[in-house]
Write a protein of this length. Structure first.
Length: 297
């Protein structure tokens, strides 16, 4: 897998659920032509808000985000789940992408999130109002959702802005499962990038071929302003505990809040495998190296 350096966004404890998946033929991207359109439209685009076309990734898993910020739509006959909401500026195009994909935004029942930064939850308040969906937050992130302010302990607090506050309709703990019709999403705690950093696992099927998915939240050590990890050993320990836990996980097909971290464009276009066994560990290896570099004098 081709992994670009981690550019943005990622303990107490991670709940490392390992759902055994039978040996199957390598999964294939659902719509390589749409993936190629995504690649062409997003070539050279670098902002969080650059519009991208929707792409069906596999089974009921759709990409409806921007060129550089992932938003996933997990569909079911009994209502859908939206994973992340991108920025406030991008939120209307996320709604448009849901419609273009052939779904009614009003059928979104729940919105879950990765971590509490504006590029992933900035559009949350808009999306809640536009869809009527209920918002889920992990217990460690709920206060930030309500305030819309960046945590004072966040390594990026000096240089990033907050977002429109939103009241969570449900607060969950790591290891709990969100049930929405036939959809089952299990919450994992992966703190470091933020205190409330959250990953999700679920199973999606293409016909009889069912696969485990992990939406692996950002685990990159990004210090801005005068913040230094060397002066914050508790944050370093948080990252290292997350790294160790992810190393032990059976991640299945890995998707990430910034698509470049897990080569999602190439995977959706079918030019790289949708699944490789070491995907999680490749991402962790890069994240460890970044943290080690940040700790250098």
């Amino acid at each position: 897998m081709t992994i670009r350096p981690l550019l943005f966004c990622s303990i107490a404890q991670i709940i490392a659920l390992t759902i055994a998946v039978p040996a199957l033929a390598a999964p294939e991207a659902a719509d390589p032509a749409a993936g190629q359109r995504f690649t062409e439209q997003c070539k050279g685009k670098e902002t969080f808000d650059d519009p991208a076309p929707p792409v069906r990734i596999y089974g009921n898993v759709w990409y409806v985000g921007t060129c550089n910020v992932t938003v996933l739509l997990l569909t079911s006959p009994k209502g859908h789940v939206l994973v992340d909401s991108a920025t406030a500026e991008a939120a209307p195009q996320i709604i448009a992408n849901i419609r273009t994909a052939g779904f009614d935004p009003k059928d979104v029942r729940w919105i879950v999130s990765s971590h509490e930064h504006f590029d992933h939850v900035g559009g949350l308040a808009f999306m809640k109002k536009a869809t009527g969906a209920k918002v889920v937050a992990r217990d460690e992130a709920a206060a930030i959702f309500r305030s819309g302010k960046v945590s004072p302990a966040d390594p990026q607090v000096q240089e990033i802005h907050g977002f429109d506050p939103v009241k969570p309709d449900r607060v969950m703990k790591a290891g709990q499962t969100l049930r929405a019709g036939p959809l089952r999403l299990t919450m994992l705690a992966t703190p470091g990038h933020t205190e409330g950093s959250t990953s999700w696992t679920w199973q999606s099927c293409a016909g009889d071929d069912c696969r485990k998915f992990t939406y692996l939240d950002s685990i990159s050590a990004l210090q801005l302003g005068t913040y230094r990890f060397s002066a914050n050993p508790e944050r370093v320990a948080m990252f290292r505990q997350t790294f160790n836990a992810i190393d032990k996980m059976d991640c299945g097909i890995v998707l990430t809040p910034h698509p470049g971290v897990s080569a999602m464009a190439q995977r959706m276009a079918g030019t790289e495998p949708l699944y490789e066994e070491e995907d999680c560990r490749v991402i962790v290896k890069s994240a460890r190296a970044r943290l080690d570099t940040a700790l250098l004098p």
